[in-house]
Design a binder for this molecule. Sequence first.
Ligand SMILES: Cc1ncc(COP(=O)(O)O)c(C=O)c1O
Length: 415
Amino acid sequence: MASPLAVNWEEELLTEGLSERARRAGAVYTGPGAGGVTQQRTQIELTGGVPDPVCLPIDDLIVASESVLRRDGHDALQYGGAQGFKGLRDWLADHWTKIEGMPLTAENFSLTGGSAHALANVCETLLDAGDTVIAEGPSFPGSLRTIRSLGATIEQATLDADGLDVDALEGQLADLDRRGVRPKLLYTIPTYHNPTGATMRLDRRHRLIELCQRYGVVILEDDAYGEIGFEGAPPPSLYALARGRGVIKIGTFSKILATGLRVGWVQASRPVIDALVAMRFDMGTSPLVLRTIARYAEDGRLDDHIRDLCEFYGRKRDLMENELRERCASFLTWSSPAGGFFLWLKLNPNVDTERLVAASQKEGVAFVMGRRFFAQPRDDDPNYIRLAYSNVSEDKIPEGIRRLGRALEAAARPE
Ligand SMILES: Cc1ncc(COP(=O)(O)O)c(C=O)c1O
């Protein structure tokens, strides 16, 4: 029987009418993957895993976009296909062939709306409700939400300062196998991890590939920060070590160029890319933006920019660590990250987290509480906080850490 649109139709739609997927994802998402931020608006924010505004190459992008519109305006302003502008895929193929040490072509790449979309595209193509995905705990909450929204179960894998704990994983895979569960994907951020900053050791990378191949689990390698290293090149990617067998890698221009471009990519074997492209119903990523990035990246300009970024963020990491050593060392411990945007701080047991949240709000410093990064937080886990040195300006870092130090002091119980 027909039922007319209710007067309170929005309320009805957004309660009874909400899709299963939206319910699973939770309706209160407020930011790039985070939530659990100690304060939304504050003077000094150590929250966002985004580039420092001084690093945005605005003038160069103006020149590049104008040149694209003048020279290729007709193509730039029409649909460009679901796999994305070949000129940029050629650039990626060239760039990553050098880094991965294996031949890659434009057919190994598809361009997406950031790596968040790359991950969603992979998950939508491969996951059904009820499937199991292994993900590090902690991990990037934006990815966990996407996986969970599809009805997949997340099995949390542990990690330490050397990346995913492969011994524990072996036991976990054997246990799942005994229970008749074959995980479909293992999602990992092996290099300059978000939030821990950890980089998976080379021997662990080899073991991880061997284990996943043995148990028939495809690896989804998130390399959002892999090019922002401060101590030389990181170990080869899982993709390179496995020569692409059983590994799908996702990357992004967000951290090396600008989040607002919303461009990332999937790197995989050709049949996998073809399947992912066939699952695109969004008419592709903006040809104007893809062409602008390609024009900007020409002649090694993006490579030079990445080199500058590594030096710049390395300096910010050092500055923040020096301040932490001076002002906060009696309340927490951490491992120094060799790249990326974050410091992951383990609070001493005598720091009361509720009091820390209140005190940091009073002091005017914001960071993200660690629990938000766990798919399955446990009450007896130690408490962590994540600080981002990427987005805060260099001159505010000392004051930000001074405020954190005072907040920690206010939150610490006498031992
Ligand atoms: C590990 C990781 N993956 C993916 C993303 C998504 O980034 P984007 O969609 O901007 O490429 C982020 C953003 O913070 C991230 O930290």
